[in-house]
Design a protein around this ligand. Structure first.
Ligand code: GLU
Length: 320
C-alpha cells in the first residue's frame, strides 16, 4: 500500500505555495489509491503555535484535501505531532551514536557564520560545515566540553556521490559529502529537522515523499540517515516553488497570499484549487475545480518543473 504525507510546520499560516504541495501530495495518493497522512512538524515548539495548526487543518478541509491518518483521524502510526514523538528521535540518535556515526561539535554560531560565504552550501541550511570538530582528540573534546554544550553532527561518509531519481525533478546527483556533516541534535537539545523527518517518514511507513523544491538538497542527508538507521528510503518528488512578484519564494512577507486570508476575502475553494492545478501543469487552462475532480487525470509526469512567479492579476482572478 502506498503511503504519502503532508507535513506542515506550524510556524506560519498556510500560503498558496504550501497549498500547492498539499494538493499535489494528496492527489498522488488519491490517484494511487494510497493512504494520505497529515503530520504536524511542531518539533520546534518555540516557533510552532497551536492556533496555526488549527488554521492549517481548517484550510486543508476548506480546500477539500482530507487525510486518512493524522489530527482528528488517529491511525496506528501516531502520534502525528512531532512534539509528541521525542522518544523515537532519542532512540534513533542512540543507535547512530552507538554505531559511531556522530560526533560532538563545539563550534559557536560566529564560527559557523564565518564560513557562511563558502560556496556549495545546501541552500536550505547555509554553508557546508568544514568538519572543524570531526577530528578532535578525546583531550580536545574534554577541554571544549568544559566550556560549551556541544551539538551532535552526523559524520557523512566520504566516497560515493548520491544519486536518486526524483519523481518531478528527474535524475539528481550530489557530490560526495555534499553540504558537510550536519546537525542531528542542537546544543539546546532540540532534534534537527533532518533526523525527525527521516525517523517519522520511516516509522510511518511513508513510501512517497512529495514536497517543496527547497528541500531537494536535504534529500542526500536524509538518504544518509536512512542508510545509517537501516531503513528503506521512500521515493522522493520535489515540486517547484511558487515565487512572489519579487522573485523570492512565497513567505510571510507576501502576507495576503495566505489561504485563510483568501478564504476571508471571499475566494471559493474551487477557484484556488483550479488555479493551483493550472499553474502546476495539471490542466491546460484555468477553471474552477474541486480537488477530487483532478484525481482521475493526475499523473506526476504532468507536474511542471518550472517555478511559477505569482502575479497580482492571477491572484485577483482567484478572489473575484
Ligand atoms: N515541515 C516541512 C515544511 O513545512 C516539510 C518537511 C518535508 O516535507 O520533508 O517545510
Amino acid at each position: 500500500m502506498r503511503r504519502g504525507r503532508f507535513a506542515p510546520t506550524p510556524s506560519g499560516d498556510m500560503h498558496l505555495g504550501n497549498a500547492k504541495i498539499a494538493l499535489l501530495s494528496w492527489l498522488q495518493m488519491r490517484a494511487a489509491g494510497g493512504v494520505f497522512v497529515l503530520r504536524i512538524e511542531d518539533i520546534d515548539i518555540q516557533r510552532a503555535r497551536p492556533e496555526i495548526t488549527e488554521r492549517i487543518i481548517e484550510d486543508l478541509r476548506w480546500l477539500g484535501l482530507d487525510w486518512d491518518e493524522g489530527p482528528g483521524e488517529g491511525g496506528r502510526f501516531g502520534p502525528y505531532w512531532q512534539s509528541r514523538r521525542l522518544a523515537y528521535y532519542e532512540e534513533a540518535l542512540a543507535r547512530l551514536e552507538a554505531a559511531g556515526g556522530l560526533y560532538p561539535c563545539y563550534c559557536s554560531r560566529a564560527e559557523l557564520l564565518a564560513v557562511a560565504g563558502a560556496p556549495h552550501g545546501l541552500s536550505s541550511e547555509g554553508a557546508p560545515y568544514p568538519g572543524t570538530c570531526r577530528g578532535l582528540s578525546p583531550e580536545e573534546r574534554r577541554e571544549r566540553a568544559a566550556r560549551k554544550t556541544p551539538s551532535l553532527r552526523f559524520a557523512l561518509a566520504e566516497g560515493e556521490p548520491v544519486h536518486f531519481d526524483d519523481g518531478i525533478a528527474g535524475p539528481i546527483a550530489f557530490p560526495p559529502g555534499s553540504g558537510g556533516d550536519f546537525v542531528v541534535r542542537r546544543a539546546d537539545g532540540l532534534f534537527s529537522y533532518q533526523l525527525a523527518v527521516t525517523v517519522d517518514d520511516a516509522l510511518m511507513d511513508i513510501t512517497d515523499v512529495l514536497r517543496g523544491g527547497d528541500l531537494l538538497d536535504s534529500t542526500p542527508r536524509q538518504l544518509a540517515l536512512y542508510a545509517a538507521l537501516g531503513y528503506t528510503p521512500p521515493a522522493f518528488a520535489h515540486a517547484p516553488l511558487l515565487l512572489g512578484e519579487d522573485g523570492r519564494r512565497l513567505a510571510k512577507r507576501h502576507g495576503d497570499l495566505g489561504i485563510a486570508g483568501l478564504r476571508a476575502a471571499g475566494a471559493a475553494p474551487e477557484a484556488v484549487i483550479g488555479w493551483l492545478a493550472h499553474i502546476s501543469g495539471l490542466t491546460d487552462r484555468f477553471e474552477p475545480l474541486a480537488a477530487k475532480d483532478l484525481i482521475s487525470t493526475f499523473s506526476l509526469d504532468k507536474v511542471s518543473k518550472e517555478p511559477y512567479v505569482l502575479d497580482e492579476a492571477s491572484l485577483r482572478r482567484l478572489i473575484r
